[in-house]
Design a protein around this ligand. Structure first.
Ligand code: AQP
Length: 334
């Protein structure tokens, strides 16, 4: 079967953005059964910015628990943490020598994260997309389900694969496709509708965490920034109103309906009516997941055991592809 690879960084706890933009889709792809699915907690990516070691360990288990609680089945999918399969770092190095500095410099995520202070960033943060290319191509994955914000990195992966194949005169790495489907793929920050909701954003009030309890979720939506106008009757009326657009899209994503369908129901309402309805829907959708996550993280040894088993299965696919890559490049392996 063709393969799907995708990952999530344990750079903090999971957010509603990770859920609606990524994990929920990962589960659908697994359940469709058309692909062999490989899902990874990408701890090597997390340390491109500083991570406290104890927090990194906890976040790695929390992200793994989030995958499992949302419906990833560790028998049907391969679920592991990246650093346990050293081939990722090894192929990442080779790709650092294939990719060009200019390509990396053009990545919008790099520009957003580095801002005006590129000199002070880790070299790893700059090279991040090259390691991401290795994550995908190490399995010859052809489809990469990601949120809208990661599309550019998947396109860069294609460039790296194409340049490798061209430089070495081989047809070895496939050119993978980003798979972006469904509503509410880009969930924005609750305090600023022009920035995306991130695990590592400054204030906890700007995001919904999958582990937030019902009261916290209600409070965060209550305090979410909005303009004073009521909800419009059509999606065209959301233009130029990023916060309003975001809340409507979150509702649509959670309910599995279109933003227009949300407005058919709620158009004309004020925020005082809509926000509690949104909070109720979010709690209803997320509470079974957060309850299951809490149960899973209470037994870290069991999560670690599952990750180790997943890593073993991942290695069985990755190692021959890495060996062949070394051979193509001209490394002596005996
Ligand atoms: N706000 C979002 N809306 C939709 N999708 C999102 N994703 C992340 N944020 C949103 C999707 O989640 C997957 C995992 O992302 P990641 O953890 O590898 O990196 P990220 O995109 O940098 O995630 P964060 O939450 O913003 O982490 P930090 O703050 O550490 O950088 C990806 O498929 C992504 O599209």
């Amino acid at each position: 079967a063709p393969r799907v690879f995708s990952g999530i960084k344990p750079s903090g706890g999971l957010t509603l953005g990770n859920y609606l933009g990524a994990i929920r889709r990962f589960v659908e792809v697994q359940d469709e059964g058309r692909f062999e699915t490989i899902y990874c907690v990408v701890d090597l990516h997390a340390i491109t910015v500083w991570q406290d070691p104890a927090e990194l360990r906890a976040a790695t288990r929390e992200v793994a628990a989030g995958f499992l609680a949302a419906g990833i089945d560790p028998e049907r999918s391969i679920l592991f943490n990246q650093s346990q399969v050293s081939a990722h770092a090894e192929l990442g190095w080779i790709f650092n020598c294939v990719a060009r500095m200019g390509w990396m410099g053009r990545m919008t995520q790099w520009k957003d994260k580095a801002g005006k202070n590129a000199e002070a960033q880790s070299l790893g943060l700059f090279a991040y997309p090259s390691l991401m290319a290795a994550d995908i191509l190490l399995y010859h994955a052809t489809h990469v389900p990601v949120g809208e914000d990661q599309k550019q990195h998947v396109e860069l992966t294609r460039d790296i694969a194409a340049k490798f194949n061209h430089d070495y005169g081989v047809d070895f790495f496939p050119l993978p496709e980003p798979v972006i489907e469904g509503p509410a793929m880009r969930v924005m920050n609750l305090r600023d509708g022009t920035k995306k909701m991130s695990k590592s954003g400054e204030s906890d009030m700007e995001r919904i965490n999958l582990t937030d309890d019902a009261d916290t979720i209600a409070r965060k939506f209550q305090k979410a920034r909005t303009d004073a106008a009521p909800l419009p009757e059509t999606v065209a009326g959301l233009e130029g109103r990023p916060e309003a657009k975001n809340l409507v899209e979150i509702y649509a994503g959670l309910a599995g309906i279109t933003p227009q369908a949300v407005l058919d129901r709620h158009g004309g309402q004020g925020w005082g009516a809509f926000k509690p309805a949104l909070a109720e829907l979010a709690v209803e959708t997320l509470s079974p997941i957060s309850a299951e996550m809490a149960r899973l993280v209470a037994d870290p040894a069991e999560i670690d055991r599952l990750l180790a088993r997943g890593a073993e299965r991942a290695r069985a696919i990755a190692q021959p592809i890495l060996e062949r890559t070394f051979e193509i490049v001209g490394m002596i392996r005996s």
